[in-house]
Design a protein around this ligand. Structure first.
Ligand SMILES: [Zn+2]
Length: 105
């Protein structure tokens, strides 16, 4: 896992789970050698209610993911993380956003 410069991660169990499942999903769908990049955690500017400010959300880079694997990767990550989490492909922002659902605690 690579981290974009200045990314701040809250190392709670939620973020650790997202990081390890995202890595697993990338290995399953892309290549074992593919190194995903986390582009945002606690840092950055997000909507007011965003889970980023509560250590519940992480973003991952989309740009090196081959186009035809973008949706399969999203679905794989969603399957691995289960219903307590939400995986979004935010093409306009060039990243995947993953959050733990508010009602899952
Ligand atoms: Zn996000």
């Amino acid at each position: 896992m690579k981290f974009k410069q200045n990314v701040i991660i809250m190392f709670n169990s939620t973020c650790q789970n997202i990081l390890s499942m995202w890595e697993q999903a990338c290995q399953n769908i892309i290549l074992v050698e593919y190194e995903p990049e986390c582009t945002s955690g606690f840092d950055g500017t997000h909507s007011l209610e965003s889970g980023h400010y509560y250590g519940r959300s992480l973003d991952f880079s989309l740009k090196e993911v081959p186009f035809e694997l973008r949706w399969p990767l999203k679905h794989q990550a969603q399957d691995l993380l289960g219903a307590d989490y939400l995986v979004l492909l935010e093409a306009g922002k060039n990243h995947y956003h993953i959050q733990r659902q508010k009602d899952s605690f």
